[in-house]
Design a protein around this ligand. Structure first.
Ligand SMILES: [Zn+2]
Length: 433
């Protein structure tokens, strides 16, 4: 992850080097005169005055807030760049004056690095060290995640950082932290999912969406966790690009539906209609941590380009058990179909449409009858493909319905998935207005 981080730093450093007063200066003078810049960029100028001391700036980014700094003083920060010894730079490989990696250079490796023996630590030359330090200007954070963009294409990397910074997603009162959104989230991936949605939403609002729509060489790097345990996750450019298209179309569709409906009855703005209608109805249970645990798993798969029907079914079943007012997520079919068409999942989409249609027809037949409960649970509890078929045959007889279970037969190998889709289809019919 150092390389990716370095590219962001190079971009920022270039903007420093290109300014008139810095032309032809050596790296030492650049560091001396500009090392406040990345931090000021990070914290935002609203929170920190131009004349604030280095100590005040560092305090603002301080421990537990956003950027992990081990020290609050200017002396230690500057010493790291200038208290050097001869050695090999871990990044560029030059034998030159180097210094040990210190936490503020690369926040992600802080803990890991600080427990390794001194001679095993990363060490950097001044140029590389300062470049990494500049990388943090493009680092964003929300709760337990930190993220940044990366691309081999500096122009696109610059564009996306610029758009992100001007998207107003950052809270000016809390440094580079992301603002709170309408949707409650607790876990990292669901939080990230909301951030990407809101980013797209902001770009549409500001008519900037076309600047990003066809960028597919920018990826998103996410670091999840705290303390010594970190997990990294990369959303490749083509996927990120798909999410931009997915959310963009979802917002257009939402506005269209909104305009057709009785607006007075909708307690939400038009842009969020489908997203929140679906997303807010994937929570289960009471306490914060438990409430969105399954949703986080479902969304993590979406971020990987996968549609997990089985977890989705688990969520809906739990909501039914808990007697939620609206157990079934709104705009279920819109959301799923849109996702599968943008991510080009033709086979799965076909499977979904056929089995969901069958489930919906069954659901309409049993809705309000005494068969409703027994069959929903009968199907849910089926532990093998044979048992699953048996329940369906029994249901067919009771309903005197000519049920075409061909689609189920066709997907016998994936019967668990077929069962989840079918059940959701049934529950959709049973629980919709
Ligand atoms: Zn170097």
């Amino acid at each position: 992850m150092l390389d990716e981080y370095k590219r962001n730093g190079e971009l920022f450093l270039r903007s420093i080097k290109e300014s008139n007063e810095n032309k032809n200066k050596n790296i030492e003078d650049l560091i001396k005169e500009n090392f406040r810049k990345p931090v000021l960029e990070l914290v935002g100028h609203t929170a920190i005055g131009e004349n604030a001391s280095e100590t005040d700036i560092l305090k603002a980014t301080g421990p537990g807030r956003y950027f992990e700094v081990s020290s609050t003083s200017y002396e230690i920060l500057s010493a790291s760049f200038f208290r050097t010894r001869k050695g090999v730079c871990s990044l560029c490989g030059k034998t030159t004056d180097v210094f040990s990696n210190r936490p503020y250079i690369f926040p992600f490796e802080r803990k890991i690095d600080s427990i390794s023996p001194e001679d095993m630590r990363l060490q950097f030359c001044k140029e590389c060290g300062f470049t990494l330090y500049c990388g943090m200007a493009s680092l964003y954070a929300e709760k337990s995640i930190k993220f940044f963009f990366d691309s081999y294409n500096p122009k696109n990397l610059w564009t996306i950082n610029d758009l992100f910074k001007s998207s107003e997603l950052r809270d000016p009162n809390y440094y580079n932290k992301i603002k709170n959104f309408k949707s409650f989230t607790y876990h990292p991936y669901e939080t990230l999912f909301v951030i990407i949605f809101e980013f797209v939403n902001k770009l549409k609002e500001k008519n900037l969406i076309n600047e990003i729509k066809n960028i597919d060489d920018v990826k998103l790097l996410v670091v999840v966790g705290s303390g010594q345990i970190y997990e990294t996750h990369i959303i490749e450019g083509s996927k990120l690009n798909n999410f931009v298209k997915f959310f963009s179309k979802m917002i257009d569709d939402s506005k269209e539906i909104y305009n057709r409906k009785n607006k007075g009855n909708l307690p939400i703005d038009s842009e969020h209609l489908i997203f929140n209608g679906f997303f807010d109805r994937l929570t289960v249970g009471q306490n914060n941590e438990e409430k969105s645990r399954l949703r986080n798993l479902f969304v993590k798969n979406l971020l990987d380009g996968k549609m997990d029907f089985i977890i989705l079914n688990e969520i809906i079943i739990e909501r039914v058990k808990n007697k939620e007012k609206w157990p079934f997520p709104f705009y279920y079919r819109n959301f799923l179909n849109l996702y599968m068409s943008i991510f080009k999942m033709e086979t799965e989409q076909q499977m979904f449409e056929r089995i969901n249609g069958l489930g919906y027809a069954i659901g309409n037949k049993i809705k309000g009858t005494n068969l409703e409960n027994s069959f929903v649970w009968g199907i849910f509890r089926a532990r093998g493909v044979e048992e699953f078929y048996n329940v369906l045959v029994e249901l067919q007889a009771k309903l005197e319905m000519n049920m075409d279970i061909m689609p189920i037969n066709e997907y016998e190998k994936e019967w668990r998935k077929a069962k989840a889709i079918l059940l959701n289809g049934i529950l959709n019919a049973v629980y919709s207005k």
